[in-house]
Design a protein around this ligand. Structure first.
Ligand code: BES
Ligand code: ZN
Length: 679
């Protein structure tokens, strides 16, 4: 039961040296964290905001019929687009996105009427747009826009690009692959490249006949190409309505392993030639994951197939293209003989993440890039839920706490952090917000929200949201509304305090025995790494707080919503010798500072291991941060040091501990318990 305090009022700073960042799988260093370099630029270093206008809404696409013919030797491609479009307002020009593409001819044929040839292509290179001018007015109604164009298979790992690989015999060759998120579909074909402008796609590829050609959908036709006997034209089934950033195609040489998931989806994992064995683990994960999400969302996977493919040159870690998910090799391939359990856990998480997007992101898409944090934060949370379901032996939530949660708190305690939700104008700002705050804090606050709502209502709300907005677009508020309807709790009010302001609270707690009950006095202040919060109006959060006692360390005795700066809470029937712990499972995104007496009383629970491992981990993290803060308060410091076993060098313990947590499950538990018992 969650108790909201009666009064509906809502809503620092420490010298923070904190534990070192946890060692992560290599990929994480290369992917998630590589986006974080923007995080610490500070405002002074920010480029000036560029003026930006969305595409005019007078003409919009209904269906793109797109044929691409890549040349894998001279790194060019030819393209033909025939887009069924709707003119909503009479105009003599069409504005689309287009970058690094040369248009050769363009025309518009109103339905049942004569083709009108465009007389000018005005490229606005800075804005990555082109304006097609027509000699007469295009009247409202539907018609066909035809554009012939050429482009380069670039080496920038975005748009339609070339990826180098070496054949088993040592020959260097190139594949042609795509990476469109956030705004690079426009480098492959002229299009309305905004997430809210959805359409269907009929894609065909003209490729050498000995190459594999893949796209979002299944192949429906494959025939010789009339002009060249070495080529074939491969035609794919029509996609559901979707955003351009999720379109994908791949042409290259691959082997694959395949299976059919319990819910009837054809799943394939494509690997470099000769390495099909290394795709088997990801195949197993994907086949388990699809039914998990189908059941969790109560919405079936909407496409007949899903391919997961390892790409030799890949900028991100992975990309959730609908039905054709691309991965860097280390995020998908597992050598059955030579891989460690942390690589397997990482592959399981990445597969779980990208397959979650097939619903959350692909079926329901963010209205604009401002809501990207929700897309990524949600997937970064549910990937753990999924892996925990499929591989309970991994104890994966402990890793969430030791990696994402801890990291997010470290970064978010800095003065140059930023709110999770940042309004995005120009898409060039998108890269700046793809950092650990959107991923790890995003995932942490969704985890807290899920715990606050409870799994049953959360699932119900997710289904309402995905059903209501399927094939459409939604904003963050839309999800809050669905979850609010499902749970009857004030979700938007709670979540706005976590997403629209940076930082998180430090909750102070002291207790007093009053006859058979325990009275807790709670207060919140913003936690800052650089010293106590000094401003006038200290930000406030609506904090879902759980409280456990030594009577049952694994069960919350009370759950409250702390919706004001100070609160008194009465815990009924707590004996004087029982300890009290806040933040069961280290789920709440806050730090706790206990009174000396409360901290002291937790010692037996730490020693006899009755306090669960993630609780000990959370306690330890909080204490490290407070240890530094309280360097000037000798008495308090001594107490905390006793709890942490500071004689053993706290930083060292933390390093060993976090390393252990990233290596293997059994050893982890052992080491973690040993270290924490030694305290
Ligand atoms: N959609 C992202 C990848 C992306 C985002 C590419 C923005 C380009 C621009 C994908 O779902 C993702 O989050 N990938 C992660 C791996 C994931 C397991 C955290 C990545 O690439 O780091
Ligand atoms: Zn993602």
């Amino acid at each position: 039961m969650w108790l909201a305090a009666a009064a509906p009022s809502l809503a620092r700073r420490l010298l923070f040296l904190g534990p070192p960042p946890p060692p992560r799988p290599l990929l994480l260093l290369l992917s998630r964290s590589s986006r974080r370099h923007h995080l610490h630029l500070g405002l002074a270093a920010m480029p000036e905001k560029r003026p930006f206008e969305r595409l005019p809404a007078d003409v919009c696409p209904i269906n793109y019929s797109l044929c691409l013919k890549p040349d894998l030797l001279d790194f060019t491609f030819e393209g033909k687009l025939e887009a069924a479009a709707q003119v909503r307002q009479a105009t003599n020009q069409i504005v689309m996105n287009c970058a690094d593409i040369d248009i050769i001819t363009a025309s518009y044929a109103p339905e049942g009427d004569e083709e009108i040839h465009a007389t000018g292509f005005n490229y606005q290179n800075e804005d990555e747009k082109v304006t097609l001018s027509f000699p007469s007015t295009l009247q409202t109604g539907t018609g066909t826009l035809k554009i012939d164009f050429v482009g380069e298979l670039n080496d920038k790992m975005k748009g339609f690009y070339r990826s180098k690989y070496t054949t088993p015999s040592g020959e260097v060759r190139y594949a042609a692959v795509t990476q469109f998120e956030a705004t690079d579909a426009r480098r492959a074909f002229p299009c309305w490249d905004e997430p809210a402008i959805k359409a269907t796609f009929d894609i065909s590829l003209v490729v050498p006949k000995d190459r594999v050609a893949l796209s979002n959908m299944n192949v429906i036709d494959r025939k010789p190409y009339p002009d060249d006997e070495n080529l074939v034209e491969v035609k794919f089934a029509r996609t559901p309505v979707m955003s351009t950033y999720l379109v994908a195609f791949v042409v290259g040489e691959y082997d694959f392993v395949e299976t059919r998931s319990k819910d009837g989806v054809c799943v394939r994992v494509y690997t470099p030639v000769g390495k099909a064995e290394q795709g088997k683990f990801a195949l197993e994960v994907a086949a388990k994951t699809l039914p998990f999400y189908k059941d969790y969302f109560n919405v079936p996977y909407p496409l007949p197939k899903i391919d997961l493919i390892a790409i030799a040159d890949f900028a991100a870690g992975a990309m959730e293209n609908w039905g054709l998910v691309t991965y860097r090799e280390t995020a998908l391939l597992i050598d059955p003989k030579n891989s460690c359990s942390s690589s397997r856990q990482w592959v399981a998480l990445v597969v779980g993440h990208e397959l979650a997007h097939q619903w959350f992101g692909n079926l329901v898409t963010m209205e604009w890039w401002t809501h990207l944090w929700l897309n990524e934060g949600f997937a970064s949370w549910i990937e753990y839920l999924c892996v925990d379901h499929c591989f309970p032996e991994y104890d994966i939530w402990t890793q969430f706490v030791s990696a994402d949660y801890t990291r997010a708190q470290e970064l978010d305690a800095l003065d140059n952090s930023h709110p999770i939700e940042v309004s995005v104008g120009h898409p060039s700002e998108v890269d700046e917000i793809f950092d650990a705050i959107s991923y790890s804090k995003g995932a942490s606050v969704i985890r807290m929200l899920h715990d606050y709502i409870g799994d049953k209502d959360f699932k119900k709300g997710m289904n309402m949201y995905l059903t209501k907005f399927q094939q459409k677009n939604a904003a963050t508020e839309d999800l809050w509304e669905s979850l609010e309807n499902a749970s009857g709790k004030p979700i938007a009010a709670v979540m706005n305090t976590w997403t629209k302001q940076m930082g998180f609270p430090l909750v102070y707690v002291e207790d007093e025995q009053v006859e058979d009950d325990r009275l807790l006095k709670l207060s919140q202040k913003k936690f800052c790494a650089s010293g106590p919060y000094v401003g006038e109006d200290c930000p406030q959060w609506m904090v879902p707080i759980t409280i456990s006692t030594s009577e049952d360390p694994n069960q919350a005795k009370l759950k409250i919503l702390m919706d004001k700066p100070d609160m008194n809470v009465v815990l009924k029937n707590v004996k004087p010798d029982q300890w009290i712990k806040l933040n069961l499972g280290t789920v709440g995104f806050y730090r706790t500072q206990y009174s000396s007496a409360m901290l002291e009383s937790l010692l037996p629970g730490i020693r006899d291991l009755s306090l669960p491992p993630v609780d000990r981990l959370g306690l330890q993290n909080d204490l490290f941060s407070l240890l530094h803060k309280q360097a000037d308060m000798q008495e308090e410091k001594n107490r905390i040091e006793r709890v942490l076993g500071a004689t053993l060098l706290p930083e060292l313990i933390q390093k060993v501990l976090t390393f252990a947590l990233s290596v293997s499950y059994k050893e982890n538990c052992l080491l973690r318990d040993l270290l924490l018992t030694g305290i």
